[in-house]
Design a protein around this ligand. Structure first.
Ligand SMILES: *[C@@H]1O[C@H](CO)[C@@H](O)[C@H](O)[C@H]1NC(C)=O
Ligand SMILES: *[C@@H]1O[C@H](CO)[C@@H](O)[C@H](O)[C@H]1NC(C)=O
Ligand SMILES: *[C@@H]1O[C@H](CO)[C@@H](O)[C@H](O)[C@H]1NC(C)=O
Ligand SMILES: *[C@@H]1O[C@H](CO)[C@@H](O)[C@H](O)[C@H]1NC(C)=O
Length: 966
């Protein structure tokens, strides 16, 4: 007869199973991934359909038909991590690092993923408590939750993670103590296989429990710095024989004496106890023969003589012992330790004769300021020629006050610019497209960028490029050994930040293409987030914070339409065609004015065009743009005396500025565009459109414009005291003391806050800098130059993706990286301006960047934050700079790397108002008007409007007669 029906059923089921295993991703995993992606505003471009494994979704790795790995670092998702993650029950790796806008609380259901080995969420914005359920992840090896916004305490349940190797909770807002086990609950003492405890930069408190350390532990890095621990250091610390890096620094309430069995830690290389309140004798480091970096500055140890171990630690590169009441002669042997680079011994009682003979050739800096040294002999053999600082010693009062070593900075080599990878260009380097950079191999491409943080390097000489070259080489080798398309590595601007981490910028350049693909970024970022790359040992533990990598042509899909939030874009330079279209719209609008209301040609220009309101008055045929008058070419020619040389008061990026007098007697500044520049045309339009809508006493006002006979001109109020920049450089003759500077920055801040918060719709200026802040006769600040400005959507919280423009030195690095323009980009530029105002130096000059310089120098424990040397001498005596510290704090908040961490302008204004009060600068400026006029008298008649960038183009004029609407 026929075939048994059973055989048919059997064949059928085999077929079905075959389908299931060969083609279809496990349905639970697919729906899990789709559920996760539904909570994000973007997802990788090929996340479509229902078969992630077969279709090789970017960032997803499968084993069979199960998803085992998700790696999406630096993909720029915003949203939350949905509880759908629990569907991915075979997941072993989850890495969502460097997605700054990924936040919310972590779903407790993550604790059901018992196969999970690596949970890496570095540099996102997660909030709330760390779910105790993470303690159920019994296979977890790698837990990195650092650089988020977690609060609450460390869950004791994490003590159950018996396989944990890497445990990083640093740089959060955690509170409470370090949990230890008791009869019923586990604690951190149970983590006997963990090698890394990274808990620095939190608000952890209480004493460090002695039970937490035992000889069973294998810790090599113990980082508890920058917390609020109190009590004393437990002697059980001496049981951690494997320890290589120890940081307890900046726990101001850590007291008591340092346990004497510390000498047992013979593997310890980096030892940081600075800025605590430790007492008892200065620790005896005899026998700790691996030590390379020792910092015990600023503690309350009892007074002591120079310890004998000073000269017995051969690998020592850096010895920092400031303000510790150490007395005696500095032993010569200290300078000839073979590796010694930096000796910071300021503020002790070192006395007698300082004798430096035969110093190590590594030695770069000897700081002995504020000691009791009476004489100096520099040996004849190989004389020490590097920096030696002796100010504040009796030696300097004995007829040696002119000795360079007695100056504040000491005798020193010319300051070297910070390290930057060299470019090997054989010929003249090519000019790269705006979103590209030149690689060290002289190729223009879009690098993956971010910041490396080394938490405890074993060296201090940042001028020694061999360290950084080694870093580049080893990293490149790592990428290449994993077959990743990396051309080269570039490192820039290393500096020690306020948390005592060594920070530097990293760029990874693609090989064989202009831009990395999505899969490349997933791979490259993982090498750094997962610590697959290990730097040379002397660099110690590190972490990396990657930037969002913008994929060309919007490869990432936008899964939720953001159209509604899109801001109105004015004159955006998206390409020649759009420019022409926009200009056409303008022309149509102007020519149609006489006939009635303008016709709108396209949505985009709609709001722009509609704001060209026509106030047809019967008395004048010249139409008006709300508040701004339209001038004819002949009128302006007349009032500027035929654009005469004598009336020329400056040259800007795309034309000249002339002074003129209107028939009413009002002085104005006329900005005349050079003909034929499309860029100029756009900026012209933008500026009229914006300025005719804004009226504020801290924003320069537009009197009118001219669009006639092929000419484009803008007519402003005349602002007599030039730009803030000119005042800072002394060019304008207006002297600015501390109080005046405060009032000027307050005015500028108010102007910008008005643009951000009160203008309708809000405006991003995009080119805040000292040469765009004008000073009137009463030194009121007026923000000018709106050529690059942008309008934001009605809600004002929008962001715009746009070609990066602005002025180097003031440019927001986040905007530069992501091309996402927000009001916080202006806040960044304003922060740079704040720093410029107190240093009176160009923000970016010969490789020195004021932001890095101040960040690197700030020492919050010191008077004036230790910044005396960076301050503009013209500010006057530092004793008179009330509020300076608060000012610096504010400026540094404004230049936070991440926009969300910068304060909004409204807050900046109220903070400056507070500082103004502290400085007693709140009085009306009546006095300064006459005062400044005497300086004004010395000015050159030619107003130096010369620009340092094409957009540096400012108007001037007499005090406006305009009555400001309140
Ligand atoms: C053990 O410690 C936990 C928290 O660390 C606490 O809630 C519990 O009460 C303690 N149990 C005992 C018996 O001390
Ligand atoms: C944690 O350590 C304590 C003390 O060594 C021990 O009694 C307890 O059983 C450990 N708990 C776990 C879960 O390992
Ligand atoms: C430092 O410790 C001493 C006592 O040991 C205490 O009196 C003092 O207040 C502490 N200082 C700080 C800043 O905690
Ligand atoms: C550790 O240090 C203590 C005190 O200095 C000493 O008595 C002990 O023998 C040392 N232990 C080891 C294993 O070296």
């Amino acid at each position: 007869m026929g075939v048994s029906p059973w055989i048919i059923v059997f064949l059928f089921s085999v077929l079905l199973q075959g389908f299931a295993t060969l083609a279809d991703t496990n349905i639970q995993d697919t729906s899990g991934l789709n559920g996760i992606a539904a909570n994000w505003d973007t997802k990788p471009s090929n996340w479509v359909g229902n078969d992630p494994c077969t279709d090789k979704w970017i960032g997803i790795i499968c084993t069979g038909n199960r998803v085992t790995s998700i790696r999406l670092s630096s993909f720029g998702m915003s949203g939350t991590l949905s509880g759908d993650i629990q569907s991915l029950s075979e997941l072993q790796y989850l890495d969502l690092s460097y997605n700054k806008k990924l936040g919310g609380s972590l779903p407790p259901s993550i604790g059901t993923l018992t196969k999970l080995q690596n949970l890496i969420l570095v540099g996102c914005s997660f909030t709330g408590e760390i779910p105790k359920e993470i303690g159920q992840l019994s296979n977890l090896i790698f837990l990195s939750l650092n650089s988020n916004k977690f609060t609450g305490s460390i869950p004791p349940s994490l003590g159950s993670l018996s396989k944990l190797y890497w445990f990083d909770l640093a740089d959060n807002q955690l509170t409470g103590g370090l949990p230890i086990s008791n009869g019923t609950t586990p604690g951190l003492d149970n983590l006997t296989n963990t090698k890394h405890f990274h808990f620095g930069i939190n608000q952890l408190s209480g004493s460090i429990p002695s039970q937490i350390f035992s000889s069973n532990m294998k810790l090599i890095h113990l980082l508890l710095d920058n917390n609020k621990f109190s009590g004393s250091i437990p002697s059980t610390l001496g049981l951690l024989k494997t320890l290589e890096v120890l940081r307890f620094d900046s726990n101001a309430q850590l007291t008591g004496s340092v346990p004497t069995n510390l000498n047992n830690l013979t593997s310890l290389a980096e030892f940081h106890l600075a800025n605590c309140n430790l007492t008892g004798p200065l620790p005896d480091l005899t026998g700790m023969n691996s030590l390379s970096f020792v910092d015990m500055s600023n503690n309350s140890f009892s007074a002591s003589d120079v310890p004998t171990w000073f000269t017995t630690l051969p690998p020592l590169t850096s010895l920092y012992l400031e303000n510790l009441r150490i007395s005696g002669e500095v032993p010569q042997g200290l300078f000839s330790l073979s590796s010694i680079q930096t000796l910071r011994l300021r503020g002790n009682r070192l006395n007698g004769t300082l004798s430096i003979a035969d110093p190590s050739n590594q030695l770069q800096l000897v700081d002995l300021r504020d000691n009791a040294i009476t004489a100096v002999t520099i040996g004849a053999g190989t004389p020490y020629k590097k920096t030696l600082m002796l100010a504040g010693n009796p030696f300097c009062n004995q007829g040696n006050s002119d000795d360079a070593r007695c100056k504040a900075t000491g005798q020193s080599n010319p300051a070297l610019p910070p390290y930057k990878t060299a470019s090997n260009c054989a010929a003249l380097p090519p000019t790269c497209h705006s979103n590209q950079l030149l690689s060290p191999n002289c190729i223009c491409s879009v690098p993956y960028r971010g910041t490396l943080f080394f938490r405890s390097p074993g060296f201090s000489d940042l001028t020694n490029s061999s360290y950084f070259i080694q870093l580049e080489n080893t990293m490149k080798t790592k990428f290449l050994s994993l077959s990743l398309p990396v051309d080269s590595i570039s490192i820039r601007d290393p500096f020690v930040d306020i948390n005592n981490n060594l920070e530097m910028s990293l760029e990874v350049y693609p090989s064989g293409k202009v831009q990395f693909g999505e899969q490349d970024i997933s791979d490259v970022a993982f090498i750094l987030s997962n610590q697959t790359y290990k730097p040379p040992p002397t660099f110690g533990p590190y972490y990396f914070i990657g930037q969002y990598y913008s994929f060309a042509n919007g490869v990432l899909q936008t899964s939720k339409s953001k159209k509604n939030h899109l801001p109105l874009i004015v004159g955006v330079a998206v390409g020649g065609a759009a420019v022409v279209a926009a200009l056409l719209a303008l022309t149509i609008c102007i020519t149609r004015r006489k006939k009635g209301s303008p016709k709108q040609t396209e949505d985009r220009s709609q709001s722009y065009v509609s704001s060209w309101d026509i106030k047809s008055t019967s008395t004048s045929t010249a139409p008006q743009v709300r508040g701004a008058r339209m001038f004819s070419f002949d009128e302006l020619k007349k009032i500027t005396n035929n654009f005469s040389e004598a009336n020329d008061i400056g040259t800007g990026g795309y034309g000249k500025v002339y002074r003129g007098t209107l028939p009413t007697g009002q002085l104005v500044a006329v900005k005349r565009s050079q003909q034929g520049s499309l860029q100029g045309n756009l900026e012209f339009r933008t500026e009229i459109e914006l300025l005719s809508r804004v009226h504020h006493k801290n924003v320069v006002s537009l009197v009118g414009f001219c669009f006639d006979q092929g000419e484009q001109m803008l007519v402003y109020e005349y602002v007599p005291n030039g730009t803030l920049k000119e005042s800072l450089t002394g060019k304008s003759g207006v002297r600015l003391d501390w109080k005046r500077r405060l009032r000027v920055v307050l005015g500028a801040a108010k102007g910008i806050a008005y643009l951000h918060e009160l203008a309708e719709p809000p405006i991003i200026h995009r080119d805040i800098k000292s040469s765009n802040v004008l000073l009137d006769e009463r030194l009121n600040a007026k923000v000018s130059d709106f050529g690059l400005s942008k309008l934001l959507g009605e809600d004002g919280r929008g962001q715009i993706t746009t070609q990066v423009k602005g002025t180097m030195g003031y440019l927001d690095p986040e905007y530069y990286m992501t091309q996402q323009l927000t009001d916080k980009s202006d806040v960044y530029s304003f922060g740079v301006l704040l720093l410029e105002v107190i240093t009176a130096k160009k923000p970016l000059e010969r490789g020195r960047y004021v932001v890095n310089e101040v960040k690197g120098a700030v020492d919050r424990r010191k008077d004036m934050y230790g910044l005396h040397e960076l301050l503009d001498p013209a500010l006057g005596a530092s004793s008179a700079l009330a509020g300076l510290e608060q000012y610096i704090d504010l400026a540094l908040r404004c230049v936070e790397e991440s926009g969300v961490q910068r304060p909004p302008m409204g807050e900046v204004v109220s903070e400056i108002e507070r500082i103004v009060k502290m400085a007693g600068a709140g009085a009306p400026i009546a006095e300064s008007a006459s005062d400044s006029m005497s300086y004004y008298a010395n000015r050159t008649p030619r107003h130096p409007y010369g620009g340092d960038s094409p957009s540096d183009y400012s108007g001037g004029g007499l005090p406006s007669t305009r009555v400001e609407p309140k």
